[in-house]
Write a protein that binds this ligand. Structure first.
Ligand SMILES: [Zn+2]
Length: 470
């Protein structure tokens, strides 16, 4: 039986893979197929993208539109962080976490096994396998306790999570310990191993600084150990090396509550690092003056209306690049960003709703945060090739299903990445279109021009980035 192993390095950018810093990832890349124009979904945060990876759809459709957000179906007056306990409450009250079936359920329906080993947040872990709520499939995470009777085949080591520090050497090492304690035939048909590095260190220490580089080297080393484990046990899965989003350096931290909440008490502002989400409170009517106020702030980047209910000249609607859904906020606001050309391995900077100036963050619609990593390797995959065709985290699920000969559900929004398959003649140098959608708004103190850049390949839309000129 074919097996698939997804290895996620949170926040990894393609340009961080090189022979000096990450020799094991680099070797894998040279033996596999790399997607040099890969995209995360917007907002460029972990839990939205974890959901896009396992559902094959954009956040509007799967319903996790941020790391913190309002679930109107749960309580329209509170901002909820996406963690395990909150998602459990959400499930108990509404019967759904994700609004569409995900990898764990599709595999269950096809009689295939699935395991998630995750050192990141509990929100990320529950999204990767929502079936765990019904004791289906397996998730090993420090905050998720499994029913001992249902999972008696697992090694005792799964219960002994070590203390978590930054860099997170302890939990990432623990994942490898669990892996090596598994029975040989215990690697599931599909597995996700998710490391919370280099993300954690990049938030805490900054980009391309000694501690973060050490953390990256450490997870590279663990990636080498995974390959060793597979070799020793004669396992030969198709491996997908993925990340959730890219990164920026923080220009300045902005206190959104202070900047907006005092003058606009009728709204909720859910902060997501490089972006924030705006929700109109119950019984309040959305007032376009809020949009003009945000536009006039130097820290504000592109503003995108979450639904057709908000129709304002000068800002685009989410429908331009993805399907709107019932959990979309009234506004997605990206913080303003800029490109940097002079610093090695740091492509750009962004205003941030949290952390500190000079550290790392993400969440915005900048190209450096949208562009992330995907390399696929294995028996059925082209060797030492790559493409600049656009690809996205939503393309991962349809590609997995194709590798497993499972039919692709009609509601998926991603495409099968045929260009990496060995038996496929799909051209890696195909043409695709790049389009810009500009809009201009006149403000009392000047103009605000918003640009949304999309790539379009075979009718699939990819949000490349969006920018503003003031
Ligand atoms: Zn992060």
């Amino acid at each position: 039986m074919k097996k698939i192993l997804i290895v996620g390095l949170d926040g990894l950018q393609m340009n961080q893979i090189n022979h000096l810093q990450t020799p094991n990832l680099n070797k894998f890349k040279n033996n596999g197929f790399s997607f040099e124009n890969h995209h995360s979904t917007f907002p460029t945060v972990t839990r939205s993208n974890a959901a896009s990876i396992v559902t094959g759809v954009n956040p509007g459709t799967h319903g996790i539109v941020g790391n913190t957000m309002v679930f109107r179906d749960y309580d329209s007056e509170i901002i909820l962080p996406v963690f395990y306990s909150e998602m459990l409450d959400l499930y108990n009250r509404t019967g759904e976490i994700l609004l569409v079936p995900s990898l764990s359920e599709i595999l269950s329906d096809n009689g295939l096994s699935f395991m998630v080993l995750n050192s990141g947040s509990s929100g990320n872990a529950i999204i990767q396998n929502t079936a765990i709520i019904k004791n289906k499939q397996t998730t090993l995470h420090r905050d998720i306790n499994l029913d001992k009777n249902e999972y008696s085949n697992l090694p005792d080591s799964i219960h002994e999570w070590p203390e978590q520090n930054i860099p997170d050497y302890n939990s990432t090492n623990h994942i490898i310990n669990i892996l090596s304690d598994l029975e040989e035939d215990n690697l599931s048909d599909v597995s996700i191993i998710w490391f919370d590095e280099p993300d954690k260190s990049q938030h805490n220490f900054g980009l391309n600084v000694e501690e973060s580089n050490k953390a990256l080297k450490h997870v590279d080393n663990l990636f080498g150990k995974i390959i060793e484990f597979l070799d020793q046990n004669s396992l030969d899965p198709t491996i997908m090396l993925v990340s959730d989003h890219g990164y920026s350096r923080i220009t300045e931290v902005v206190d959104i509550q202070k900047e907006l909440q005092a003058n606009f008490p009728g709204y909720l502002f859910a902060e997501n690092g490089g972006s924030f989400l705006v929700y109109t409170k119950k019984d309040q009517i959305f007032d376009p003056i809020l949009i003009h106020e945000i536009m006039s702030k130097p820290w504000a980047g592109p503003i995108i209306a979450g639904s057709n209910k908000i129709s304002i000249n000068g800002i685009h609607n989410y429908d331009l690049f993805a399907q709107s859904g019932k959990r979309n906020p009234d506004l997605f606001v990206s913080m303003n960003w800029e490109k940097l050309h002079n610093l090695k391995n740091i492509e750009g900077q962004v205003y941030s709703t949290s952390l500190k100036k000079g550290l790392g963050n993400h969440g915005s619609v900048s190209p450096q945060e949208i562009h992330n990593s995907l390399v696929i390797g294995g028996k059925e995959i082209k060797v030492n090739q790559g493409t600049f065709l656009p690809s996205s985290n939503i393309d991962i699920l349809p590609t997995i299903l194709t590798l497993l000969d499972i039919g692709i559900p009609k509601h998926l929004e991603g495409r099968v990445l045929f260009e990496c398959l060995d038996n496929n003649s799909s051209n890696i140098n195909d043409e695709f279109d790049k389009l810009n959608f500009p809009l201009t708004t006149r403000l009392h103190n000047g103009e605000y021009i918003q640009n949304i850049h999309l790539s379009i390949y075979k009718n699939f839309k990819y949000l490349d980035f969006a920018s503003v000129e003031k």
